[in-house]
Design a protein around this ligand. Structure first.
Ligand code: ADP
Ligand code: MG
Length: 700
C-alpha cells in the first residue's frame, strides 16, 4: 500500500515544481510527511485579545487589536527609529522600530485595524512594544475552534516564493485534512498506554491545529517522546548489533609487559579510579566482545597511564596498539612521555605524524605491516589507507572531541576483526550528551584526581588591570615558575588574531626584557620544527613565558608551569577555558589561572567568567556550557550534526532522555529484533527514518 504521506510535495495543491525545490532546499521537505514534521516554533493565541489597559507584565505575550496613528521618525538625515501610537478603546501604547523602517513607513493605513503581538518592555515608566508582530486584522482568524495558530520558521527564499509562515500553515492544514488518516501509530501500544501518550495522528493535528493549550502540550510531549525514542532505538540497536555480530580480539592474559611495568616502572601509585577503570577495560577486552569504551576523566586526572597500561595488555597478547592524538604537539608529547616511561621495557614504539619524513615513514609502514612495531603514536596520519597493521588489537583515541565520528569509524574499519577502541575525552560530557552523542559506547570514568593536587585558583581581571597582572607574573617567575599566555585564534579572523598575539608578544618583551626573562612563542602557522624548538625551550625550563594560541589547549603537560594567563578570555567557550586551565595545576605548587577581558562583556561572557572563577569541576562546567550554548556548540558535538532534535532540547531534557533510554533498553531486552507483532510498526518506522536496511537477524 502506498502511504499518502510519502507523496511528493510538488503534487500538493498550491506547491508545484518551483516551490517544491525551495521547500527541499530550505526545509529539507520532499514529501507530505516531511511537511508535517515542520513543527511551529510558537503559537498565537487567537482566543484572547487583550486591551491596552490590561497590559501589566513584561513576561507575557500580548495580542491587541486596534489602529495605528501618529508615526514619527527620529534621526537625521536618515531615520534611525520610528515610533507610532497604537490605539484601542481602552487606551494607547507606543510601538517602536529600529529596523525595517522603510517598511514601517508604508505599512499602516489610517483607521484600519491591525493585530499586534509581542512582549512589552518598560521604558521611562511606560510600556511599549519594540518590533511587535503586525498583521492585518481579519475577523475570520478569530473564529472558534482554531484559536491557537502555529507560527512556522520561514526564510527569505521561502518568503520570496510566497511561503511565509501563514502560507506554510495553510499547506500543512491542507495535508492534515486530506491525509491525516494516513498517519499511523509507530510507538508500541503497551508503551503508548503506560506513558499515557497521545495517539500519533492526534498529536500531529494538535501540534499544528491545537484545540487548546493542554492538548498542545500533550502533542508536544508525545512527538518529543517519539523523537528521542527512535534516536535511542538506533543507538542501542547499533550497540546490540555490534556486540552480537562483531567478535573482538581476546586479551586473555596479563603477561610480562604489563607485569614488569606495573611492578618495577610505575612512576606513582595508581588512584583507585585508575585501577577501577583498568579493571573495567580488562573485563571488556577479555570477553570476546569488541570493546567500544568512552573514558571520561577531567583534565589532569591521569588518563595517559591508563592508556599505556591497556596498550601493554594488548602487547602481552601478541597485538599491536595505536594511540591517536588530535594535534602533532600532543602526539609528540605522548611519544616523549611514553618512551620515557617505557625506557626499561623492550617495546618497539614509533611516532607517525604529518611531518614524519618520507624515508622514515616507509620504514614505519613496513614495520607496522610485518609486526616489527608494537606501539605507534600519531595523528590523523594513522588513518591513511597506506597504514596497514599486522595485528592491530587496540586503538586509543585521545581527546575525542577533536575527532569527528567518521574518523573514529575509519580506524575501526582497518581490520577484519576490529580492534578494541578506547576513546578518551578530557572535557567531561554532560549526562544528556553521554546518552545521545555517545549513547552507543560503554562508559568509564576517572572521577578522582591524583593525590596532592591543589585546585587552580582562578582570577578574572580587566585589561585596565594589566599592571597588576605583570607584577603577579614577575613574582611567580621569581619563585621559579613558568607561565603560559594564551591568545584566541578564531578561524574567520585568523590574521587579525595573529596580530593580537604578536602585539601581545611585543608588549610582553617590553615588560619582561632579556636577559633576565626569556619568552618563547608557539602558534599554528609556524613550521613544525620551529614549533618544536620553541616548545622544547619551555619544556626544558629555558623560557619563563610561553606565548601561544590554543595549539597548547589539549594535553600539554609541563608540571612547572603554574600560571595560565588567558587573553580575551571571553572569546573562548567554557570547555576550552577549562581545558586551558587544565594545563596548570599539574605539579605540587599552587597554580593560577588569570582570565583577562575588557570591562565590557556580554551577559553570556560574564556568565562564563563567573563559572570559571567559581568552580574547577569539569562536570559542572560542561553542564553550564550546555545550558549557555546549547548542545550544538558543546565540546564533542560541533562537527557531528548528530544532535539536531526538532522538539527535544538537550539542555533541559536529561530526565526525559534517561527515562526513554530505559524504556528502549527494556523493549530490546524483551524483543531484540522487534519481531513481536506489536513492535512491527516501530520497526518499520525505524527502518524508514534511517533509510537503511538493518539486518535484524544478526542480533542473536
Ligand atoms: P589527562 O587525564 O589530562 O590526560 P595525564 O595523563 O596527562 O592527565 O596526567 C596528568 C599528570 O598527572 C601527569 O603528570 C601524570 O604523570 C600525573 N599522574 C597521573 N596519574 C597519577 C597518579 N596516580 N599519581 C600521581 N600523579 C599522577
Ligand atoms: Mg591527556
Amino acid at each position: 500500500m502506498v502511504n499518502l504521506l510519502e507523496n511528493k510535495i510538488e503534487y500538493l495543491k498550491g506547491v508545484g515544481p518551483k516551490r517544491a525545490l525551495v521547500l527541499k532546499k530550505e526545509l529539507g521537505v520532499e514529501t507530505f510527511g516531511d511537511l508535517l514534521n515542520c513543527f511551529p516554533f510558537r503559537h498565537i493565541d487567537k482566543s484572547r485579545i487583550y486591551t491596552v489597559a490590561e497590559i501589566e507584565d513584561e513576561s507575557v505575550y500580548y495580542q491587541l487589536v486596534g489602529t495605528v496613528s501618529n508615526l514619527k521618525s527620529y534621526g537625521n538625515p536618515r531615520a534611525t527609529r520610528i515610533t507610532a501610537d497604537f490605539n484601542d478603546e481602552s487606551g494607547t501604547i507606543e510601538l517602536v522600530w529600529f529596523k525595517g523602517l522603510t517598511w514601517v513607513k508604508t505599512r499602516f493605513a489610517p483607521g484600519k485595524k491591525y493585530v499586534i503581538f509581542g512582549k512589552v518592555s518598560a521604558f521611562n515608566n511606560k510600556f511599549n512594544f519594540v518590533h511587535p508582530d503586525v498583521e492585518d486584522f481579519n475577523p475570520e482568524d478569530f473564529t472558534l475552534g482554531e484559536s491557537l495558530q502555529g507560527v512556522y520558521n520561514s526564510s527569505e527564499a521561502l518568503k520570496n516564493n510566497g511561503l511565509g509562515s501563514k502560507q506554510l500553515a495553510k499547506l500543512i492544514k491542507n495535508v492534515l485534512l486530506h491525509t491525516g488518516n494516513a498517519i499511523q501509530e509507530v510507538i508500541p501500544k503497551s508503551i503508548l498506554v503506560s506513558e499515557q501518550l497521545l495517539p500519533r495522528n492526534e498529536a500531529y493535528f494538535q501540534i499544528h491545529l491545537p484545540s487548546n493549550m493542554n492538548l498542545l502540550k500533550k502533542a508536544h510531549e508525545r512527538l518529543r517522546f517519539e523523537e528521542y525514542f527512535f534516536f535511542q532505538l538506533q543507538l542501542l540497536h547499533n550497540k546490540l548489533n555490534r556486540e552480537a555480530v562483531i567478535k573482538g580480539h581476546v586479551f586473555s592474559k596479563v603477561g610480562n609487559y604489563f607485569n614488569e611495568f606495573f611492578h618495577t616502572q610505575l612512576p606513582f601509585p595508581l588512584t583507585n579510579a585508575q585501577k577501577r577503570v583498568i579493571r573495567e577495560i580488562r573485563i571488556d577486552t577479555g570477553s570476546g566482545k569488541q570493546m567500544n569504551r568512552l573514558l571520561q576523566g577531567d583534565v589532569g586526572s591521569g588518563k595517559t597511564i591508563v592508556a599505556l597500561m591497556v596498550m601493554l595488555l594488548a602487547l602481552d597478547n601478541g597485538f599491536q596498539a595505536a594511540l591517536m592524538a588530535p594535534t602533532e604537539i600532543l602526539a609528540n608529547q605522548h611519544f616523549a612521555s611514553l618512551t620515557e616511561m617505557l625506557k626499561e621495557i623492550p617495546v618497539q614504539i614509533a611516532l607517525l605524524t604529518g611531518s614524519t619524513k618520507t624515508s622514515e615513514r616507509k620504514i614505519i609502514y613496513n614495520k607496522l605491516t610485518d609486526g616489527g612495531l608494537q606501539i605507534v603514536i600519531g595523528t590523523h596520519a594513522l588513518i591513511e589507507d597506506t597504514v596497514i597493521f599486522k595485528r592491530l588489537g587496540l586503538v586509543v583515541i585521545d581527546e575525542q572531541h577533536r575527532f569527528g565520528v567518521a574518523q573514529r569509524a575509519r580506524l575501526y574499519d582497518k581490520n577484519t576483526t576490529p580492534p578494541h577502541m578506547l576513546v578518551m575525552t578530557a572535557t567531561p560530557i554532560p549526562r544528556t550528551l553521554a546518552m545521545t552523542q555517545y549513547g552507543d559506547l560503554d562508559n568509564s570514568q576517572i572521577d578522582e584526581m591524583p593525590p596532592g593536587r591543589k585546585p587552580v585558583e582562578t582570577i578574572h581581571l580587566f585589561h585596565s588591570q594589566r599592571l597588576r597582572m605583570i607584577g603577579f607574573m614577575k613574582k611567580q617567575i621569581a619563585l621559579g615558575r613558568q607561565i603560559y599566555v594564551v591568545y584566541p585564534i578564531i578561524k574567520e579572523s585568523e590574521k587579525l588574531d595573529l596580530i593580537n598575539l604578536q602585539e601581545g608578544y611585543a608588549s610582553l618583551l617590553r615588560d619582561f626584557p632579556e636577559p633576565d626573562y626569556r619568552i618563547c612563542v608557539v602558534h599554528g602557522q609556524m613550521k613544525s620544527e620551529d614549533k618544536d624548538f620553541e616548545m622544547q625551550r619551555f619544556v626544558k625550563g629555558q623560557a619563563h613565558i610561553m606565548v601561544a594560541t590554543t595549539v597548547i589547549e589539549v594535553g600539554v603537560n609541563i608540571p612547572n608551569a603554574s600560571v595560565m594567563v588567558i587573553e580575551h578570555a571571553d572569546r573562548f567557550g567554557l570547555s576550552q577555558l577549562h581545558q586551558l586551565r587544565g594545563r596548570v595545576g599539574r605539579g605540587a605548587d599552587q597554580s593560577f589561572c588569570v582570565l583577562m577581558t575588557d570591562f565590557k562583556l556580554t551577559a553570556d561572557g560574564r556568565k562564563r567568567m563567573q563559572t570559571m572563577v567559581s568552580t574547577n569541576d569539569g562536570f559542572k562546567i560542561a553542564e553550564a556550557d550546555l545550558q549557555l550554548r546549547g548542545p550544538g556548540d558543546t565540546a564533542g558535538t560541533r562537527q557531528s550534526g548528530l544532535l539536531e532534535f526538532r522538539l527535544g532540547n538537550l539542555a533541559k531534557d536529561e530526565k526525559i532522555i534517561q527515562h526513554i533510554r530505559r524504556i528502549v533498553i527494556e523493549l530490546l531486552n524483551k524483543d531484540s529484533k522487534l519481531t513481536l507483532a506489536e513492535n512491527q510498526p516501530a520497526k518499520n518506522h525505524f527502518e524508514r527514518i534511517y533509510k537503511k536496511n538493518f539486518d535484524w537477524s544478526l542480533i542473536g
